[in-house]
Write a protein that binds this ligand. Sequence first.
Ligand SMILES: C[S@@+](CC[C@H](N)C(=O)[O-])C[C@H]1O[C@@H](n2cnc3c(N)ncnc32)[C@H](O)[C@@H]1O
Length: 232
Amino acid sequence: MATVYAVGVGPGDPELLTRKAERILRNADVILAPVSNPSEASVALSTIREFIDEIRQEVIVHQFPMTADRSRLLPAWQEAAALIAAHAEAGRSVAFITIGDPLFYSTFIYLLRILREQWPQLPIEIIPGISSINAAASEASLPLVEGDERMIVIPATAGIEVIKDALETCETVVLLKVKPLFSAIVELLRAQGREQRTVFVERVGSPRQKLLTDFEEIAAHSPDYLSLMIIK
Ligand SMILES: C[S@@+](CC[C@H](N)C(=O)[O-])C[C@H]1O[C@@H](n2cnc3c(N)ncnc32)[C@H](O)[C@@H]1O
């Protein structure tokens, strides 16, 4: 039985991959890369391309629909878990790659539950990755928290009321998945006078990185899925 690895590949810059991740990726028999839209390249796979050998290693791109509808997600998770288990049981090591960190809002968390439940004998190793939040804070030279300060991370899809509450309680609020509620978030931040305290970062660590600190520029932008905001 071979090992299943969940490898955090960081936010998109190949230099932000750990040495351990690089070693495992170079040696894995199978690399499994998640995509949400089959017509779009996997960000995780583009990040690691220079470390793998696509002739010697098998690269599988697996689609996970971008939806909150569990009835559509469950079959995709189950199928991916079965694929991973089949390779590992046949003696082929599998590296499931994930952007940022594998245990931080990642598809791997669902796979991990299924694998542990249905294939409890499989050895699983998790390799942490640099999360988009740390990479974004570094690019912006913005301290996330210091001293007794508190930070909260919210997938903005949780709703405007949740964001409002967080802004009242914590010194630092990080919003992920900002795209669907972007205009409502901008409106809230303006109403609360947070214009000077907001940083927007899109595709950090990639050639398409965009870092905005001017609130009017932020408000005028239309973000893509890989965008976050840090509000102090
Ligand atoms: C499903 S979560 C994945 C988080 C990831 N596991 C991590 O550790 O960063 C997806 C959200 O993370 C944020 N994100 C991930 N990669 C990013 C990047 N390169 N630049 C900006 N935000 C990113 C975006 O808010 C995106 O909507």
